[in-house]
Design a protein around this ligand. Structure first.
Ligand SMILES: *[C@@H]1O[C@H](CO)[C@@H](O)[C@H](O)[C@H]1NC(C)=O
Ligand SMILES: *[C@@H]1O[C@H](CO)[C@@H](O)[C@H](O)[C@H]1NC(C)=O
Length: 469
């Protein structure tokens, strides 16, 4: 008896400390060239920042011609994940209707159950967890479709279903309570929920967790077993450049990543069951955390074709953002801020002022293009009292203080006289009157732009990304 209770107490403590699992949304369409080794590299890089698994987003393979390779890549991903101690869950993309080919319950049930014996299959309450992007805006799906899928699988491989039903997440921006209640009455089939809304919806404000709280408590008060999955994202900008203003937008994301993570740490932390980072590799919406593949090496195992959208992706490295995510994820998982052992300042900026008229892209047709501040932003994590100095062009030596008590944020605005040739932002870490670290951005900010670009470039000054991650 006695040893039993010790074990029970220990496992309860472990659960409290690890209550939040962290997933990243993975676009399988961008894994065309992947082999098992490449999957392992991505998983290792994700694990280094505290990610437990990938939510695998795919469309019906027959929907877009030439996607028949997708199930094979998912096989490889499971093989890699089993070796890496990494988790995977299916996230069926149910937002497509253009191709008139839809997911059906038999195919989905088979695709899920294929991995029911895998150690990499992520489970919630012992059921395989299944998620989606959408399922509420296409007539072929909806509550009955989900209920049918679950009923079919109940006898041999019961699933927990936590879809992302975007109508309700969008609705929750203005009416969190009523949207959460409506979700519960419209979708009695669901067990949990992924609230996709990780960005301020067409508004120039910082996010709060009001909608997250509404969905989480609605699940609970309706006796759902969960999980509530909260979405966290660093940025949002997309331009399909097709003349449709609905397909070209930017969200107010200047300090989004750090501020959203702040709501998950500290005394008043909001506690979702799972966090889903949006995303690991969705390049076209500018919210990737993964390293950029080599643009030119077509034989690389992570090669992707980006077409026109490459105009705002190539050169816009985001990797140092993973240092920010890693810090807060560790804090969240272990219940205390991690000790700061290095000097690192992450700084990011767009590469032209928001009012620049560019020769390519939708340029002035970008929705919300007056939201982002024309500025270089920085997030500092230093092991000792420091002054962080930021300069761009004629705006020299804007400073803020940072110390080992936790992250500090600062910024320097773009100067009004930014030239055609531009200026590279520079950031220094100074301590005891000496510059101990200094770096220039990988890219200048200039008034010239061949393609409008609201996707930032992210830099690191200080100890290396490999040490830091
Ligand atoms: C179900 O979907 C799969 C994959 O798209 C397809 O091959 C199959 O024909 C579909 N089955 C039915 C009955 O529609
Ligand atoms: C968001 O928060 C940051 C940092 O607290 C602040 O500087 C900024 O002005 C806020 N943005 C808006 C639009 O209120």
């Amino acid at each position: 008896m006695r040893s039993f209770s010790v074990v029970a107490a220990a496992s309860a403590m472990l659960q409290a400390a690890h209550a939040t699992d962290v997933f990243a949304h993975f676009m399988v369409q961008n894994a065309y060239a992947y082999d098992v080794d490449q999957w392992k590299k991505d998983m290792s890089s994700a694990q280094q920042m505290g990610i437990d698994g990938f939510a695998m987003n795919w469309v019906p393979p027959e929907c877009q011609s030439g996607l028949s390779w997708v199930p094979d890549r998912i096989d490889d991903a499971f093989t890699a994940a089993e070796q890496m101690g990494f988790k995977l869950m299916h996230s069926f993309d149910m937002s497509y209707s253009d191709c008139y080919i839809y997911w059906n319950q038999t195919y989905m049930a088979d695709a899920i159950s294929k991995y029911s014996g895998s150690s990499a299959a992520y489970r919630w309450n012992s059921n395989m967890l299944v998620s989606t992007y959408g399922g509420d805006q296409v007539d072929q799906y909806g509550n009955e479709f989900f209920q049918g899928l679950k009923d079919n699988m109940k006898g041999y491989n019961p699933i927990s279903l936590a879809p992302a039903l975007t109508t309700y997440s969008l609705g929750a921006w203005d009416n969190p309570q009523s949207s959460a209640s409506k979700l519960m009455s419209d979708y009695p089939s669901i067990d949990g929920y992924l609230n996709w809304q990780a960005w301020p919806l067409d508004s120039d404000v910082n996010m709060t967790t009001t909608s997250d709280e509404a969905f989480k408590s609605a699940l609970k008060s309706n006796g759902k077993s969960g999980p509530y999955i909260m979405a966290v994202s660093p940025w949002q900008y997309k331009d399909l450049n097709n003349g449709n203003p609905l397909d070209a937008w930017v969200a107010y994301s200047d300090m989004l990543l750090a501020k959203r993570f702040e709501s998950l740490t500290g005394d008043n932390a909001f506690q979702p069951d799972i966090i889903e980072l949006l995303t690991w590799n969705d390049f076209c919406e500018s919210h990737y955390l993964r390293d950029l593949p080599d643009q030119h090496d077509t034989s690389a195992k992570d090669y992707v074709e980006l077409g026109d959208m490459g105009a705002y992706v190539w050169g816009q490295n985001h990797a140092p953002w993973r240092i920010i995510a890693k810090y807060y994820i560790h804090w969240m998982k272990f219940g205390a801020p991690p000790a700061i052992t290095m000097d690192q300042v992450i700084f990011w900026h767009r590469i032209h002022p928001r009012g620049a008229i560019c020769s390519g892209g939708s340029s002035t047709g970008i929705r919300n293009n007056n939201y982002p501040d024309d500025a270089v932003f920085a997030w500092a994590l230093v092991k000792d009292q420091s002054t962080i100095s930021m300069s761009i062009g004629s705006n020299q030596y804007w400073t803020f203080d940072a110390d080992a008590s936790g992250p500090a944020m600062g910024m320097v605005p773009f100067p009004l006289d930014i030239s055609f040739d531009g200026a590279k932002p520079e950031v220094s870490i100074m301590r005891n009157g000496q510059t101990i670290e200094h770096a220039q951005s990988a890219q200048p900010v200039s008034s010239y732009c061949s393609y409008e670009n609201f996707n930032p470039v992210v830099n690191l000054v200080g100890q290396g990304i490999n040490d830091g991650l």
